[in-house]
Design a protein around this ligand. Structure first.
Ligand code: UD1
Ligand code: CA
Length: 482
């Protein structure tokens, strides 16, 4: 159901000093997206009239991070506090009745929680409804001071707590619903009475409560969902939660994950039924796996597209590549951007590929570099084959036909073509095209010198026999013995 009387305001202008970073806090990633993006995604299902983000610190980069979403940005410069941020956003909010306000650094919030908060706000007909969290260690947060079982009297920031208030363990998550008609006059009365000389949104709560308005607090069912990220440790914890959610999603969809806590999966990754992910696997970017794929321990796939029954063996790296049905990669293979393995192709250990098409059923089993190359179907590329694609200035193409056999340790100096069905003799340096069905051989001719080695051994033995007595004499002289 759309909420046409509701606007959402994400406060994202702050710097995030406690992260000790040159990057604005909301641009730090967790769960494969920036914190701000995670918050925006949680807000979209609310179907609010408008989504507004208040930006300030590194405003341009922050705007860029959410440019693909329907979010209006408002610049807060300088950043004089969360209340000030709301005043700056006032014009953009227009005539909406209710604002849901969230910090840009609480990425674990879910739409369901926001829906429940809004429902409570509407049902209670309140001026403000706060999402609160009960914490064993509430240090650093603003505390909820209740004036009755149901009503809130104030939010008191850490720096202004009295000794008794220090014991309060219900804290402000910084996620709220405000009835805007009540918020504006209350904010007008808030003074920057704090060490930072900021206008705190939290101070509007006491103004509302003392004016007889209803202020409610809803305790979040899961403490984590309301919590912000202020430190690197918080970021790590939030990332862990997102990763766990993603793995659970894939497991529920029929993917086996061994030692799940060691496996990292980005949010947009998909995998078909009966895929198996071994320990330490990372599936990144927009990687897509068909059914029954097996990804070996320690392998990393980034923007990889896999068909069905693909096997990526241990410790392989696959980037922006397409692996068709039944292909096998690795162990220890590196498939760089623009690699396309057609059905049944194999790329084995210590092979690097780049902008390379490997035809159906073709094999590059070991120790090769294949770059800017097209390999035909059922070709066999011997161990140690190198396509010399680069002349120091330009890249050149190598074309290898169907059913070609390249002998081991061959160098193919591009641009060069090997015709269908041709052979290249092992150890060749191929600089000219090889016609179809021909043998290309390009290496020094071998000469065997009869008896050479035996003669050499005899000579060495004779030398040794002559040298020995001389050495013995020297040693005796040194030790002084006779
Ligand atoms: C805030 C709350 C505190 C609550 C805590 C929960 C205030 C005064 N305090 O404290 O009660 O327990 O969150 O995490 O609100 N921001 C702006 N413009 C500004 C200042 C801040 O947009 O001028 C944004 C920040 O980018 C951030 C959010 O507002 O996303 C909260 O600000 P932050 O400085 O993190 O507040 P806390 O000290 O964590
Ligand atoms: Ca915070």
């Amino acid at each position: 159901m759309p909420n046409k009387d509701v606007v959402i305001v994400i406060l994202a202008a702050g710097k995030g000093t406690r992260l000790k970073s040159s990057l604005a806090k909301v641009l730090h990633p967790a769960g494969g997206r920036t914190l701000l993006e995670q918050v925006v995604l949680a807000c979209l299902p609310m179907k609010a009239k408008k989504l507004v983000a208040v930006v300030g610190h590194q405003a341009d980069q922050v705007r860029k991070a959410i440019e693909s979403y329907d979010v209006e940005t408002v610049l807060q410069q300088p950043q004089n506090g969360t209340g000030h941020a709301m005043l700056v956003a006032k014009r953009a909010l227009g005539s909406a009745k209710i604002a849901i306000i969230l910090p840009g650094d609480a990425p674990l919030i879910r739409a369901e929680i926001l829906k429940a908060l809004l429902a409570a706000h509407r049902a209670g007909n309140s001026a403000a409804t706060i999402l609160s969290v009960v914490l064993a260690d509430p240090r650093g947060y603003g505390r909820i001071v209740r004036k009755s079982e149901t009503q809130v009297g104030a939010i008191v920031e850490e720096s202004q707590l009295s000794p008794e208030q220090r014991e309060l363990n219900e804290i402000n998550s910084s996620i709220y619903c405000f009835t805007l008609g009540k918020l504006w006059p209350a904010l007008a009365k808030v003074k920057p009475n704090n060490r930072h000389r900021e206008i705190y949104l939290t101070d509007a709560i006491a103004v509302l409560a003392s004016g007889g308005e209803t202020v409610l607090a809803q305790i979040a069912p899961d403490a984590r969902e309301g919590l912000g990220c202020n430190t690197r440790a918080d970021l790590a914890e939030v990332d862990r939660v997102f990763r766990e959610r993603k793995r659970d999603e894939l497991m529920a969809a029929g993917v086996t994950i061994q030692l799940p806590e060691t496996v990292l999966i980005d949010p947009e990754v998909t995998a078909g039924e009966d895929c198996t992910l071994e320990p330490g696997v990372a599936l990144l970017g927009k990687s897509r796996l068909g059914a029954r794929c097996r990804i070996g321990a320690g392998s990393v796939l980034h923007d990889a597209q896999l068909g069905n029954d693909v096997e990526v063996r241990v410790h392989s790296l696959v980037e922006a590549s397409r692996l068709d049905n039944g292909t096998i990669v690795g162990p220890f293979a590196r498939l760089r951007t623009g690699t396309h393995l057609k059905a049944g192709a194999r790329v084995g250990n210590f092979v690097e590929t780049k902008k390379a098409v490997v035809g159906e059923g073709a094999k590059v089993p070991h120790l090769s570099y294949v770059g800017d190359a097209k390999i035909g179907s059922k070709a066999n590329i011997g161990a140690g084959t190198i396509t010399c694609n680069y002349d120091g200035v330009n890249k050149h193409q190598t074309t290898i036909g169907d059913k070609v056999f390249i002998g081991s340790d061959s160098v193919l100096v591009a641009p060069v073509r090997i015709g269908n069905g041709a052979y290249v003799a092992a150890g060749s340096t191929i600089t000219e095209n090889v016609p179809a069905d021909a043998l290309g051989i390009a290496r020094g001719r071998q000469a065997n010198k009869k008896g050479w080695a035996a003669k050499r051994r005899r000579e060495l033995a004779a030398d040794k026999a002559q040298a020995k007595p001389a050495r013995r004499r020297v040693r005796k002289a040194k030790t002084g013995r006779r």
